[in-house]
Design a protein around this ligand. Structure first.
Ligand code: PBG
Length: 344
């Protein structure tokens, strides 16, 4: 006789049927150790790139009002920052310049002794263990704030700008940039830069094409930091319409055909679909730029106590990596790197 014969059948007392055990997903969410064990996406400090805004002078740091925690720095201070970023294991820095003077053709951007070139030489000589990236554009250097030379009617002259961008990339690579990152959104800019670099014998400089870059409202704080807001009009004549995902794929395919080594999607959180589609279509390194407005929005909400800064920044960077980015340019690079190391 069964030992259980006089006991009630436990199943008979349960009103609803148990779900199929195969559908029980909470088992792997029970403890920190289990959650970490099954985690699909982790932030590694080497996947992070910190933007640096450099201006001429010595020993100076200026806070950027719209981006708490971000400062414009002189080249010697940039060197200090880069040493501490390297110590945190951060993968790279991307340099933006604020020249002493601006003019109609952005001369400060492409001369050999420009502020970015000077800083690059200094950083290269310091030999930090991270990648040096130079943003290749003219908007920080033109007095009108557009990303290239202008035609008489005020539109940006695409083809005249190509030569200036190629010169910018050549002087940046000569000064020590491992990667040049054209962000002007001129048609043919990657090809022009690739030819310019080859003609100068600079075969080792890689091109990170800001290929899918939309005319985004989220660049506002950057323009405050870099003093690069257009003095008239806007950038919609050359940056992409945020509504167009298929066009983003054509931009990226063109840039690869012209010789880009890697692709950048920007802004990041508003473009996660484009990032995922790019990851599925192209077998090159792909990064995303979590831009100034994305960072400022999180900082502002955190300052008001409306969200948890560390969790929001970590979640946003993790989501960008999960969507397909191999690296993320972010103003929170130092904090994220420090937190990632703690999490080990
Ligand atoms: C230069 C450039 C911009 C950004 C990166 N490179 C400004 C712009 O296109 O207006 C924006 C980065 C940010 O918002 O953090 N063209």
């Amino acid at each position: 006789m069964s030992l259980l014969a006089d006991r009630p059948d436990p199943a008979a007392e349960i009103a609803v049927p148990l779900p199929d055990p195969a559908h029980r997903l909470r088992r792997t969410r029970r403890t920190d150790a289990l959650r970490s064990f099954v985690r699909e996406t982790r932030i590694h400090p080497r996947q992070l790139v910190a933007p640096l805004f450099v201006f001429p002078g010595r020993g100076l740091r200026e806070p950027v009002g719209s981006m708490p925690g971000v400062e414009r720095v002189t080249p010697d201070e940039a060197e200090k920052d880069v040493r501490s970023l390297a110590a945190l294991g951060v993968g790279g820095v991307i340099l933006f310049g604020l020249p002493a003077e601006k003019d109609a053709i952005g001369t400060g951007g492409w001369v050999a002794d420009g502020i970015v070139q000077e800083t690059l030489r200094r950083l290269r000589d310091a030999d930090p263990d991270l990648v040096l990236i130079a943003d290749t554009c003219l908007c920080e250097y033109t007095d009108h704030g557009h990303c290239g030379a202008l035609l008489k009617d005020g539109r940006v002259d695409n083809d005249a700008t190509l030569e200036l961008l190629a010169r910018t990339a050549v002087t940046q690579a000569e000064a020590g940039a491992d990667i040049v990152a054209p962000s002007a959104m001129m048609d043919g800019q990657v090809g022009a830069i690739r030819h310019g670099l080859a003609a100068a014998g600079l075969h080792d400089a890689a091109i990170l094409a800001y290929a899918a870059k939309t005319a985004s409202a989220f660049y506002g704080p950057f323009r405050d930091a870099a003093g690069s807001a257009p003095s008239f009009g806007d950038r919609r004549g050359y940056q992409m319409d945020p509504a167009n995902g298929r066009e983003a794929m054509r931009e990226m395919a063109n840039d690869l055909a012209e010789g880009a080594d890697m692709l950048l999607v920007k802004p990041a959180m508003p473009s996660l679909d484009i990032l995922a589609a790019a990851r599925a279509s192209f077998d090159v390194p792909i990064g995303a730029y979590q831009v100034s407005g994305e960072y400022a929005a999180i900082e502002a909400a955190a300052r008001n106590g409306w969200l948890d800064r560390r969790r929001a920044l970590t979640e946003s960077a993790t989501s960008i990596l999960r969507a397909g980015a191999g690296f993320v340019i972010t103003y929170a690079a130092a904090d994220l790197a420090a937190w990632a190391r703690e999490a080990w």
